[in-house]
Ligand binder design. Structure first.
Ligand SMILES: Cc1ncc(C[n+]2csc(CCOP(=O)(O)OP(=O)(O)O)c2C)c(N)n1
Ligand SMILES: [Mg+2]
Length: 596
């Protein structure tokens, strides 16, 4: 049988671009492509998800945890539309993801045909760097080559649309050598991007002149751990981490002040308030109120993407460069600060802060303080663990309480901050690294939104993973808690039970029903043991922990406005007011009374 367009498409992805698997969901818009998975030798594996949005999240997770492009596949119309949120997640976090989607037959296009959606327009924003519909078999080769290469070189989302009738046509692997044809080739290797000597010198002058240097690192520094540590040592600096850069430097280093921002730590806040120099590496951390005030500090920024420079703080020196290479080149130009006073004061604050975090975790709650769950996990994290978090209160505790060590990976939906990415990210991580333990930290809202269904995907594929450990922690607080607290602290609104309260679900029993391990915990004394059991299990585990929605995910400092709004929410009759006040005092006390 001669090769079809669909055969050629999959061959090109597998043989020329090294794509090992494609996350997707079938439909008649892609029947030709689905049929081709089973033919030929060089084919990517088809991974069947429960919903196309999850396929896009998994492709994004693949990119985040491997550095390769992730690929997802959906049918025309509804399938394509379902992909969008996951694709935006990838785009906003600068991940290379290629979406391949079906379309109605070319003859029917423009005929208001069933499931006909203007897909080039639909994807024009999320995949604006490259979205193309094939109308000729001879286009497939260059559409695939360009979609892959542009996704990788621009670290973004691209999209190829293939009408269903075209998929079954005979492939044209080599277009005629004639006017008007395109002859593409595969392959991409990232360049070595280093700023020129003069700019490095300018940066070094600013950094050498500073007496109190603060570093802020993000996702762009994930591969530059040693370089960040070496530069921080030379400069006597502390290192704060944006959420996506949590794994960039380990939390067990004494000068790492931890996360920054609403989910951040007190030492990160203090460091930014008091520094005279800011060195930002691979981060577009958005909240300017957590950075120094304009004029307070001299700034140097390093980013691989020139568009991301100088947009959060008016930097004196803006360096376009790879973080690891740039810091390596900068290092010999830096004078080691002989006065270590600033560094020592930061280290003192960091040590005190970990005490606060621990004491906050130990405060009693009804029935379980969510921080205790993360605290107990932190102590037990296996080497090489990969963590994913969902958006919600979990992200607070993930950011503040979890102590990552060297060699661990961790991520979440950082910029889009969408709910529902935690479980599909964990699945993507597990396929990419089947030999490593993966732990997803997810709210009950996110679980009800996406996670419950996607547990079925875990049950379906679990036997292939050599390390059976995939743990989904469900923070069972029967509440859309993060937003409930935002309503209280930002808008002064009491909890609106109708929108915020969630149905109680027995997640552990659900897990057992589909052949996974399920553990439900309702007593704080059982958490450590529950983590031990989950980490020793021979299969994926859902750890359903009933926890207290009235423990406030406090920001590192509270503004007068937030305090006013909070007081208004209580005055306006918040249903949890009595316990909220008690818990807020409990959570604040460990900070005010250190060593209590
Ligand atoms: C798709 C989507 N819808 C809504 C939101 C707004 N939002 C952010 S966190 C959150 C609450 C999450 O609740 P849950 O998963 O139960 O976690 P909790 O905060 O209760 O721990 C909501 C509704 C969002 N970020 N993404
Ligand atoms: Mg919840």
């Amino acid at each position: 049988m001669s090769e079809s367009v669909a055969d050629h498409l999959l061959d090109r992805l597998a043989s020329e671009w090294g794509v090992k698997r494609i996350y997707g969901y079938p439909g008649d818009g892609i029947n030709g492509i689905i049929g081709a998975f089973g033919r030929g030798e060089a084919r990517p594996e088809f991974i069947q998800v429960r919903h196309e949005e999850m396929a896009a999240f998994m492709a994004c997770a693949h990119a985040k945890f491997t550095g390769e492009a992730g690929v997802c596949l959906a049918t025309s119309g509804p399938g394509a539309i379902h992909l969008l949120n996951g694709l935006y997640d990838a785009k906003l976090d600068h991940q290379p993801v290629v979406a391949i989607v079906g379309q109605q037959a070319r003859l029917g296009l423009g005929g208001n045909y069933q499931q006909e959606v203007d897909l080039t327009t639909l994807f024009k924003d999320v995949a604006h760097e490259y979205v193309q519909m094939a109308t000729e078999a001879g286009q497939i080769r260059h559409l695939i080559d360009r979609a892959m290469r542009i996704a990788l070189s621009e670290r973004t989302v691209t999209c190829v649309i293939v009408p269903n009738d075209l998929q079954m046509e005979e492939a044209v692997t080599t277009p005629p050598h004639a006017h008007g044809t395109v002859h593409s080739g595969p392959g991409y290797t990232p360049p070595r991007v280093v700023p020129d000597e003069q700019q490095l010198q300018r940066a070094a002058e600013v950094l050498n002149a500073g007496e109190r240097v603060a570093m802020l690192v993000g996702a762009g520094a994930l591969h530059a751990t040693d370089e960040v540590i070496a530069v921080a040592d030379a400069l006597g600096a502390g290192v704060a981490k944006a959420l996506l850069g949590k794994a960039a430097v380990p939390d067990d280093l004494p000068f790492v002040t931890g996360s920054i921002g609403l989910l951040g730590t007190r030492p990160s806040w203090d460091m930014m308030q008091d520094c005279d120099t800011l060195l930002m590496v691979g981060s577009s951390f958005p909240y300017s109120e957590f950075l120094p005030e304009e004029g307070q500090a001299r700034g140097v920024q390093v980013d691989i993407d020139g568009r991301m420079l100088g947009i959060r703080y008016p930097m004196e020196v803006n360096l376009v460069g790879d973080s690891a290479l740039t810091l390596q080149a900068l290092l010999p130009l830096l004078e080691r600060k002989s006065d270590r006073g600033w560094r020592e004061s930061l280290e003192g604050k960091v040590a005190d802060w970990w005490g606060v975090v621990e004491r906050r975790a130990q405060e009693p709650a009804q029935p379980i303080n969510p921080q205790l769950i993360f605290h107990e996990l932190s102590k037990r994290l296996p080497d090489g663990a990969i963590l994913t978090s969902d958006s919600g209160s979990a992200a607070n505790w993930y950011a503040r309480d979890v102590r990552l060590r060297k060699g661990m990976h961790a991520s979440l939906s950082g910029t889009l901050a969408t709910m529902g990415a935690g479980v599909p990210y964990a699945i993507g991580a597990k396929f990419a690294h089947p030999d490593r333990p993966v732990i997803a930290l997810v709210g009950d809202g996110a679980m009800q939104m996406n996670g419950l269904a996607e547990l079925i995907t875990i049950a379906k594929y679990r036997e292939r993973w050599s390390d059976p450990r995939l743990i989904v922690l469900v923070l069972n607080n029967r509440d859309l808690n993060q937003v409930t607290w935002e309503q209280r602290a930002m808008s002064g609104e009491p909890k609106f039970v109708e929108s915020q309260q969630l149905p109680d679900v027995h997640y552990a029993r659900w897990a057992e029903l589909i052949g996974l391990n399920g553990i439900r915990v309702e007593d704080p004394d059982e958490i450590g043991d529950a983590w031990d059991r989950a980490l020793a299990s021979d299969r994926p585990t859902v750890l359903d922990v009933v926890c207290d929605p009235e423990v406030p995910p406090l920001p590192p400092h509270i503004t007068i406005e937030q305090a006013r709004s909070f007081a208004a929410a209580i005055r306006h009759g918040d249903p949890g007011r009595r316990r909220i006040i008690a818990q807020s005092i409990r959570q604040k006390l460990p900070e005010i009374l250190p060593g209590r």
